[in-house]
Design a protein. Structure first.
Length: 401
C-alpha cells in the first residue's frame, strides 16, 4: 500500500504535526508501507531531510497558502506518485485537492489536532461539505472526537490516534538536590502563554534560590523573554536553549524534574509526552482533552492557569520528594502503555485496513477544476482574482511555473 503525506517545514520549525510525522513514518516504513511526503517549506526543510535519510522520499515546494498555486502542484505530484491513501494532515490545500482523489477511489484522511478555529473549520468543511468530503478523520484525543460527532453528526469514519512518543533511554533522577523545571515549545503567547511561563519561573526563583529553569524552543517572543530575564538578573538561573532532537533532546529533558505547559488549548502536546517519557512530572493547564494524558493527582497536576494554582502545585512537588517519585514512575508507565509510537502505528494500521482500498486505474489529474469559494471555515484557503489565476495557469501551460 502506498501512502502520501503532507508536512510543513522550516528552520527551527517546531510544529507538533511535523514532529509526529518524523516519528511515525519511519515506523510505518518498517512495516512495509511505501511512503512519500510532499513538503511545503520556508527557507529550509531539515525535518524532511531527516526523513530522506530514513528512506522516505520527500518532494519539495516553497510554502504558499494561495490555493490556486498549491493545489495544482499537489495534484501533479499525486499523479506522479499514484498513492492508495492520501493524508494531507493539517494542509488545507491538500484536503481541497482530495476532492479529485476520492472520486477516483483514493482514500483521503483528514486530521483534527486541536480545539481551535483553524482545526475546527477544516474539520467541519471537509466532513460534511458533500463533494469536498474526506474518507475519514483522525482525532488526536477523545474530547475532540466526541465533540466532532456531537457537533457535526458526521457519517465518515472517525478514530482517535494521538501523536506517538519514542521510548526514552534517559530518565530523570527525582532524588537530586538541585531541582530543574523546564518549558519546551513555541515561544508564543497564543496559545502557549509563554509570558505566563516566565512569570511563573520568576516567582518560583524568588521563592527558592536553588531552582534552575530552562526554556527550549524558538518563536517570536524569544527576544522579549531573554530581555526580561537579563533585566531582572536571572540569566544564570533561567536559560533559553535551542531546539533539540531525538536522543539529545531526551537526554537534556532527563536532567530536569518538572515540566510546565500553560496553554489555552492543545491536542496531545508532544513536549509533555516527551517529558513524561523521561520521568518528568507535568504541571499543565486544564485544556479540553488533556485529562487522558495527564491524570490529575496520579501522574501530574492539571491546573487553572488563570489562578495561582500552577505556583502552588509546583511548590507542592518541590516540598515532597516521595510525591515526585510516585508521579514520575506513573508518568513513564502511562506513556508506555497508551502513547508509544508503536501503539499509535498500530492504530494507523487499523484505520488503513478498515478503509478497504480498491483501485484499478492510475490517478490522472483533472484538466479543468474549480476551487472552493472563499469560506470563513477555511482559514488557510487564500483566494485571488480571476485574472491572477488565469495568468498563473497560463504560466503553467507554457512551462514557466
Amino acid at each position: 500500500m502506498r501512502l502520501l503525506f503532507i508536512m510543513f517545514d522550516g528552520k527551527n520549525f517546531l510544529g507538533g504535526p511535523t514532529v509526529n510525522i518524523t516519528r511515525l513514518l519511519p515506523v510505518l516504513l518498517k512495516r512495509n508501507y511505501e511512503i512519500d511526503v510532499l513538503c511545503f517549506y520556508i527557507n529550509s526543510h531539515p525535518n524532511a531531510d531527516y526523513l530522506n535519510t530514513k528512506g522516505i522520499k520527500c518532494h519539495f515546494r516553497q510554502q504558499s497558502l494561495m490555493s490556486y498555486k498549491s493545489v495544482p502542484w499537489i495534484l501533479k505530484k499525486i499523479e506522479e506518485i499514484n498513492p492508495d491513501i492520501f493524508i494531507p494532515d493539517v494542509s488545507t490545500q491538500g484536503l481541497i485537492a482530495g476532492k479529485w482523489l476520492t472520486i477516483k477511489g483514493v482514500k483521503v484522511i483528514n486530521t483534527l489536532r486541536g480545539n481551535d478555529d483553524l482545526n475546527w473549520g477544516k474539520a467541519i468543511f471537509f466532513s460534511r461539505q458533500g463533494k469536498w468530503q474526506s474518507s475519514a478523520i483522525v482525532c488526536v484525543n477523545e474530547f475532540l472526537e466526541n465533540k466532532l460527532k456531537t457537533k457535526l453528526n458526521i457519517e465518515i469514519p472517525t478514530i482517535v490516534i494521538p501523536s506517538g512518543v519514542l521510548k526514552s533511554n534517559h530518565i530523570s533522577n527525582q532524588l537530586t538536590e538541585n531541582i530543574r523545571i523546564v518549558y519546551s515549545g513555541r515561544f508564543v503567547n497564543n496559545p502557549k502563554n509563554v509570558d505566563k511561563i516566565l512569570d511563573l519561573f520568576l516567582k518560583l526563583a524568588k521563592e527558592n534560590l536553588g531552582l534552575e529553569f530552562s526554556l527550549i524552543g524558538s518563536g517570536k517572543e524569544k527576544s522579549n523573554l531573554q530581555s526580561r530575564i537579563d533585566e531582572l538578573g536571572y540569566d544564570e538561573r533561567i536559560k533559553i536553549y535551542r531546539l533539540l532532537k531525538d536522543e539529545e533532546y531526551k537526554e537534556f529533558l532527563s536532567k530536569h524534574h518538572i515540566i510546565v505547559l500553560l496553554s489555552d488549548h492543545e491536542g496531545t502536546p508532544g513536549a509533555i509526552m516527551d517529558g513524561m517519557s523521561c520521568g518528568l512530572v507535568p504541571v499543565v493547564s486544564n485544556t479540553d482533552g488533556i485529562e487522558k494524558l495527564v491524570i490529575n493527582n496520579e501522574n501530574g497536576f492539571v491546573v487553572d492557569h488563570k489562578t495561582n494554582a500552577p505556583f502552588k502545585k509546583v511548590m507542592e512537588l518541590l516540598k515532597n520528594d516521595d510525591l515526585r517519585i510516585e508521579f514520575s514512575k506513573n508518568a513513564i508507565d502511562h506513556i508506555s502503555k497508551r502513547y508509544s509510537i508503536d501503539i499509535c502505528a498500530n492504530q494507523w494500521e487499523r484505520l488503513l485496513g478498515d478503509l478497504q482500498v480498491k483501485r484499478h486505474h492510475r490517478f490522472k489529474r483533472p484538466i479543468f477544476y474549480k476551487l472552493p469559494k472563499k469560506s470563513n471555515l477555511l482559514k488557510e484557503h487564500l483566494t485571488a482574482s480571476n485574472i491572477n489565476i488565469f495568468k498563473y495557469r497560463l504560466k503553467q501551460i507554457l512551462g514557466w511555473e
